[in-house]
Ligand binder design. Structure first.
Ligand code: SF4
Length: 263
């Protein structure tokens, strides 16, 4: 095994800042093949990625975490994307229903500490189940979303899942996103038209006012707009330089030591 650290990715990240999302998707497909998937929570940016990969010769599968307390509109959006874009969407679920969890642990999401535990049980643990199935996930973080995502790199290592996160839309501005959605009539979660800037569980998500930050609708009851669930590692610890374990061959391919692939 070989180690691939966040520091090893600095040069590649600098280069990738100039690449288009489609170029990055093509690079990822070439490097990771069938051990690549996209992650989506059925929001605007994730749906744009679903549209982009649906046009690839062999679309990768999409991993989706259903916490059991999502809005029906989100599940309907997943089903539309699968049917109309021809995507295989792999839905992961927590071990317990919310009812079972509440009976055992109480209503967790009402306190700051409880929220961490609830997100861990309902969002992060389901992903652990597929840890060995993939070497890379396409993510939909954008710097234009601000907050802890304001500096997110294109490539980041995920030590928990031992894989690479590839945020192909890291440089996509709000205008880029709007233009792509309009040009391609991308399927959207209808909740966006009801004032939801971002969309998560029905217990912890509200619409936002036009004057509020986009993330004001997430965990509003816990304020002040600084809570993240932890499903994206760069949201949690932006200062660290972690590493993952890959085969030497895969590390060489990622860093371009043994490939003639040029984008
Ligand atoms: S968003 Fe709220 S309900 Fe959903 S997993 Fe996190 S704390 Fe629980």
């Amino acid at each position: 095994m070989a180690r691939l650290s966040q520091a090893d990715l600095v040069d590649l990240n600098n280069t990738f800042n100039e690449r288009t999302p489609q170029e990055l998707l093509a690079w990822a497909k070439d490097i990771f093949g069938p051990r690549l998937a996209a992650m989506s929570s059925m929001q605007r940016a994730g749906n744009v990625i679903c549209h982009m990969i649906s046009g690839m010769p062999k679309p990768m599968s999409v991993v989706f975490v259903d916490t059991g307390v999502l809005f029906p509109e989100t599940l309907e959006t997943r089903d539309r994307l699968a049917a109309e874009y021809g995507l295989e969407i792999r839905t992961l679920k927590p071990k317990q229903t919310m009812q079972e969890q509440t009976a055992e642990l109480g209503v967790l999401y009402l306190s700051a500490e409880g929220q961490k535990q609830c997100c861990e049980l309902r969002k992060n643990e389901p992903l652990d189940a597929v840890r060995d199935d993939y070497d890379a996930f396409i993510g939909s973080l954008r710097r234009a979303d601000g907050g802890r995502r304001g500096t997110c790199p294109v490539l980041s290592v995920d030590t928990r899942l031992n894989l690479l996160r590839i945020n192909v839309l890291a440089n996509f501005s709000d205008e880029d996103l709007d233009r792509y959605i309009a040009e391609h009539k991308v399927i959207l979660n209808p909740l966006h038209d009801q004032g939801f800037a971002t969309i998560g569980c029905n217990r912890c998500t509200t619409p936002v006012l036009p004057t509020e930050p986009k993330r004001a609708g997430r965990w509003r009851h816990l304020g002040p707009w600084s809570v993240y669930c932890g499903i994206n590692p760069t949201d949690m610890d932006p200062e660290r330089s972690p590493a993952v374990d890959f085969s030497q061959d895969l590390v060489d391919r990622i860093l371009g030591y043994r490939t003639d692939f040029v984008i």
